[in-house]
Design a protein around this ligand. Structure first.
Ligand code: OGA
Ligand code: MN
Length: 276
């Protein structure tokens, strides 16, 4: 397999590798590359749903998203779907998957199924690189803080998504909940320090009031979305993206109104997060 950095500080492209026919040695090598980059792009994979599932199961343990519809064939595969008549897309703002869980998901494997003619890229951010580059005083201010992560404001009864034309395809209104996590974690595989807050799910710092929290969160977010930590992936038929939810953010561009887009996602389970 060949690894090429995708942008200055975000992601890598893996070539000369078919995910459907991975040898055990290649799988071991891929685990190392995944730990190093936290965000891998693959082209021309043409994975069937069976092969998507098989790769996911070889890499880790699957967790099922509480809110998304799944394919009829495989309950482990979530559909990230936007019909051509729908206005709102799933994941249209910066977030990381499942940070509202007590033990958040390790990674997500996204496979393109139906793509718009133009648009529909996914943007990513590297939260290990962003942490490293934080000014010293900001590192000091977030040391030892914990933050509350939630999904109620999105998937709860009056949550953001419930008030949009996505609501009919979402389940789990009664399965909402919160979790608290350290703001700076040690990545379990790379050992790097990572900034673990995100605009989609982080509500406030534990023990702080909302307004105070908002100000510091916004300061951190502004730092993360700088070009040196972010990249944008243009999907093509056969593309697959595999990201680590502990050290990346992502958001889906909603710039293809009137066209359909369908992606298949499998989410892999993580382990309890450790404070830096
Ligand atoms: C997701 C997600 C982004 C996209 O599957 O978790 O946010 O580009 N999708 O569809
Ligand atoms: Mn997502």
């Amino acid at each position: 397999m060949k690894i090429t950095a995708f942008s200055e500080g975000c992601g890598a492209v893996v070539t000369d590798l078919q995910l459907a026919n991975l040898t055990n040695d290649a799988l071991v090598e891929l685990r190392g590359v995944f730990a190093e980059y936290g965000l891998l792009f693959f082209r021309n994979q043409d994975l069937t749903p069976d092969q998507h599932l098989e790769f996911a199961e070889r890499f880790g343990r699957i967790v099922i998203n509480k809110f998304f519809k799944t394919t009829t064939e495989f309950p482990q595969i979530a559909e990230v779907r936007k019909e051509k008549t729908q206005q709102t897309n799933i994941g249209g703002g910066w977030h990381t998957d499942h940070s509202y869980d007590a033990i958040p998901a390790m990674g997500s494997i996204l496979v393109a199924r139906t793509l718009p003619k133009t648009g529909g890229d996914t943007q990513f951010a590297n939260l290990a690189a962003a942490y490293d580059a934080l000014p010293k005083n900001l590192k000091k201010r977030i040391e030892n803080l914990r933050a509350v992560h939630s999904n109620t404001h999105l998937y709860g009864e009056n949550g953001l998504y419930r008030l949009t034309d996505l609501s009919e395809q979402l389940g789990g209104v009664d399965r909402v909940g919160d979790a608290t996590h350290p703001v700076v974690i040690i990545h379990p595989e790379s050992g790097r320090k990572v900034l673990y807050v995100n605009p989609g799910h982080t509500i406030q710092f534990e023990g702080w009031d909302f307004t105070e929290s908002r100000a510091l969160l916004d300061e951190l977010y502004e730092h993360v979305i700088q070009p040196q930590f972010t990249c944008s992936f243009n999907w093509l038929p056969g593309s697959v993206t595999f990201w680590d939810n502990r050290c990346t953010w992502h958001q889906a561009n909603n710039d293809y109104q009137g066209q359909a887009r369908l992606m298949h996602r499998i989410t892999l389970a993580g382990s309890a997060l450790t404070a830096a």
